[in-house]
Design a protein. Structure first.
Length: 341
């Protein structure tokens, strides 16, 4: 079965072709991605209307590219998977309308996919994929969640952020430090030049006894520290970035290991854009090794939004008999909890 995957939930347009049933015999044939970072940079963040218009411009060229790269014909596609939500309503509508129209023309079913489910399952595209069941740390955009994953569509929420997610905190803190858009990667790069323990910041809810997160207070602590300085040198800015990143990493590592211990499992999956953070991977790998836990990550190219994870999720849902509908009428879901998908 050949699945076309389409991702358009925010500021990246992704298209991919996946052949197989989503199991060990599956194969990602081709994927292509266009990032809108350069377009939104001047505005300091994503402009929804511009994002939607750019998705319209990119989808057909990207589709042609993956068909050529995968050496497939349009008529070979057996189903079209697309991101139904959550995300920006206009951006989601572009991808959903394109997918439903194409599937109607081809006479094949569509598979609406939850964006976070795509991230959650993306490590299955790796050369060394995890096996169900596992615990997952999902750190993508406005989401920081710990999940117990028993199988496709079988998700139990263990803990989540009570306010700002880790990714949001990275972006907001980057703005406080005068860094450009996108802020998260820029802050992580700056933190590499910072001195460890030079700036001490709180570890919110690290010892709360539950698996929830809170990062808004950490962002406020950075704001207070910046305001205390009459001027801020490049080294001081790097030290603050290092202190902030270390605090976030300590909380994510501590909560993740606790979740795995409470679950009785030995596998931890890390997915989402923050999962690409080098310091998080270093600290988590070291702590997990000491605890006898195996950690799995998606390939770096699949940490951010992409069509490959949507194509894979569509294939897995079809295999499990969980989704697939005749093409035609559709709706998008800008707000959509994963456990209700």
């Amino acid at each position: 079965m050949l699945i076309l995957g389409i991702e358009s939930s925010c500021d990246e347009t992704g298209v991919a072709l996946y052949r197989g049933d989503g199991g060990d015999g599956g194969e990602l044939l081709a994927h292509a991605l266009h990032s809108q970072v350069a377009m939104h940079e001047d505005y300091g963040g994503v402009v929804p209307e511009l994002a939607s218009r750019d998705h319209i411009r990119r989808l057909i060229p990207l589709l042609r590219q993956v068909l050529a790269d995968g050496r497939c014909a349009l008529a070979e596609i057996d189903a079209v998977a697309y991101t139904q939500g959550p995300g920006l309503a206009g951006a989601l509508l572009v991808g959903a309308a394109f997918a439903e129209a194409l599937a109607t023309a081809l006479g094949v079913p569509t598979v609406p996919v939850h964006h976070l489910e795509g991230h959650l399952l993306s490590p299955l595209l790796s050369r060394r994929p995890p096996r169900f069941p596992f615990v997952a740390l999902l750190v993508s955009g406005g989401h920081s969640q710990l999940m117990r994953v028993a199988g496709v569509g079988q998700y139990e929420l263990l803990g989540e952020t009570l306010d700002d997610a880790a990714g949001e905190a990275f972006d907001k803190t980057a703005k406080l430090l005068g860094l450009g858009y996108p802020g998260g990667p820029a802050l992580a790069e700056l933190a590499e030049r910072g001195r460890r323990d030079e700036v001490q910041l709180p570890r919110p809810m690290l010892k709360s006894g539950d698996l929830d997160f809170s990062f808004s207070g950490l962002k406020t602590a950075v704001l207070t520290r910046v305001r205390e300085l009459p001027t801020i040198s490049d080294q001081q800015r790097a030290d603050i970035a290092r202190g902030f990143q270390d605090a976030v990493v300590d909380v994510l590592v501590g909560k993740s290991l606790r979740a795995v211990a409470l679950s009785g499992l030995r596998q931890l999956v890390v997915a989402g854009g923050v999962g690409a953070n080098r310091e998080l991977r270093r600290q988590l790998d070291a702590a997990a090794s000491r605890a006898g836990i195996v950690v799995f990550y998606p390939e770096l190219e699949f940490c951010t939004d992409n069509g490959a994870m949507i194509a894979l999720a569509g294939a897995l849902r079809l295999q499990a008999g969980l989704a697939g509908k005749p093409a035609g009428a559709f709706a998008v879901r800008p707000r959509w909890p994963l456990t209700g998908s």
